[in-house]
Design a protein around this ligand. Structure first.
Ligand code: ATP
Ligand code: MG
Ligand code: MG
Ligand code: MG
Length: 432
């Protein structure tokens, strides 16, 4: 008998098939048992009638508990009331393993701490199933976007000697005789090297930041997609980000619409995302925020609250451009019209999810780069290879980093970023 996944059942109406999965729910009367089964691709109701399966099979079904693993053989029949239009009329019930304890996650009101402690089991919940499918779709969209545009994927290292962002939130690791190295905060510096070799490059991988603040949008370990393009200037860079984020939204709407609806996402908000995205300079943004009563002065970076208020004015993500140089990382190219600001942008998600992308044109002049490293008290000798890029055929180039979980949190409208990653690492949690 053919093993069929739940998502494909509608192509097998009237046929006998085999299902392999787990018991999600069970209810029973004397002569009939209903089991809701899941198999990783969906959910389906299995009807086990004593008069059809016989006493022995029916007793087996009776012993099933929540999250028992189970193989069922039976007939697929259409059922208009069922969510996917089908149910299974069982002929044979083969339990694979029956738990001897109650499944730990059964109530609708477990605390978040309890759920995180049982994350390895919580993953089986329906909501988590949908969120993980949305995550998968976002990642597929990212890769597809670049590959369709002839970018080359270049994987950047996790161990690194050079600080890419701020020194304050680095994880140090002992590295044999070499001494202290860090877990990567960004692959950008390496991508800059790679774009001088391959033109258009991107990466997708984990990033580590010892973020000491507890917010709804910061993880300790998160995934970042970075892109870097030789000969791209600020405006090309902004356009690329706009195309990428729009592409992700369209891909998600076309491929995991049902998953979004299933977790209660107001999909109409995503459907309102339109190109071109709104734009504002940092200086305009500060004026706007001051009018709203924020105690902020020119030169400060924005926090989550400021970003939320700025972006909530719009349906599409908002580009804030031309930040003061002291608020941003050392490698950003000054604006030729005003060297106090840099050619950069942050892309802020609507609906209050903060910064999903940080981007800039990079300094390509050797002397200016050395000056900036010194200004930032960074060890120039550790950047020897990075400076080489400014010695051998240096060209203007630009790039950005997109926070994968931030993007997912916005797209799926999650209350907290910890649900956007299978096993979140947060300030107080590395278990499971
Ligand atoms: P934020 O201002 O929100 O702290 P950042 O400016 O420090 O972010 P970047 O260095 O610009 O972050 O990194 C690029 C992207 O990575 C950010 O736009 C954001 O989407 C994401 N990101 C940064 N830090 C985290 C984190 N701790 N957890 C999850 N995503 C993050
Ligand atoms: Mg930060
Ligand atoms: Mg920021
Ligand atoms: Mg940033």
């Amino acid at each position: 008998m053919e093993w069929v996944y739940i998502k494909d059942l509608k192509n097998y109406i009237g046929q006998d098939i085999e299902l392999r999965g787990w018991v999600r729910r069970k209810r029973s009367s004397g002569k009939i048992t209903f089991v809701e089964m899941r198999d990783g691709t969906g959910f389906v109701q299995v009807v086990i009638e004593k008069s059809i399966v016989g006493d022995e099979n029916f007793e087996k079904a009776d012993k099933l508990r929540l999250e028992s693993s189970l193989i069922v053989r039976g007939k697929v029949r259409s059922d208009e009331r069922a969510p996917n239009g089908v149910e299974i009329l069982a002929n044979e019930v083969v339990p694979v393993q029956i738990p001897t304890e109650d499944f730990p996650i059964q109530k609708p009101d477990h605390s978040i701490e309890y759920l995180m402690e049982h994350r390895h089991l919580w993953l089986r919940a329906k909501r988590q199933f949908h969120i993980l499918r949305i995550r998968d779709a976002v990642i597929k969209a990212i890769r597809k976007f670049y590959w369709e545009r002839d970018f080359v994927q270049v994987d950047t290292p996790i161990f690194t000697g050079a600080i890419g962002e701020t020194a304050g939130n680095l994880f140090e690791v002992d590295y044999f005789d070499y001494g202290k190295v860090y877990l990567t905060q960004t692959g950008q510096l390496y991508l800059e090297a790679a774009c001088m070799a391959l033109g258009k490059v991107f990466n997708l991988g984990p990033t580590f930041r010892a973020e000491k603040s507890k917010t709804r949008r910061h993880l300790i370990e998160f995934w970042m997609n970075e892109a870097e393009v030789a000969y791209y200037e600020h405006e090309d860079n902004v356009k690329l980000q706009e195309d990428l984020v729009y592409y992700i939204v369209q891909y998600v709407l076309n491929n995991v619409y049902d998953d979004l609806v299933a977790i209660g996402r107001d999909v109409s908000k995503l459907e309102k995302v339109q190109k071109p995205f709104p734009r504002m300079t940092y200086t305009e943004a500060v004026k706007f925020l001051q009018k709203q009563g924020f105690d902020i002065k020119w030169g400060d970076d924005f926090g989550g609250d400021e970003e939320t208020v700025l972006a909530k004015q719009f349906d599409s993500p908002l580009f804030v451009t031309h930040y003061p140089r002291q608020a941003k990382a050392f490698y950003m190219q000054p604006d030729p019209n005003n060297p106090e600001v840099v050619l950069c942008d942050d892309l802020l998600a609507p609906e209050g999810y903060g910064e999903i992308i940080g981007a800039s044109q990079r300094i390509h002049d050797y002397d200016l780069m050395v000056e900036r490293l010194k200004e930032n008290n960074l060890p120039v000798e550790k950047y020897d290879w990075y400076l080489d890029l400014r010695k051998f055929g240096s060209v203007p180039h630009s790039g950005f980093g997109l926070g994968v979980e931030r993007t997912i949190a916005w797209i799926a409208s999650l209350e907290h970023i910890r649900e956007a990653i299978p096993f979140a690492r947060t300030l107080y949690r590395v278990h499971p």
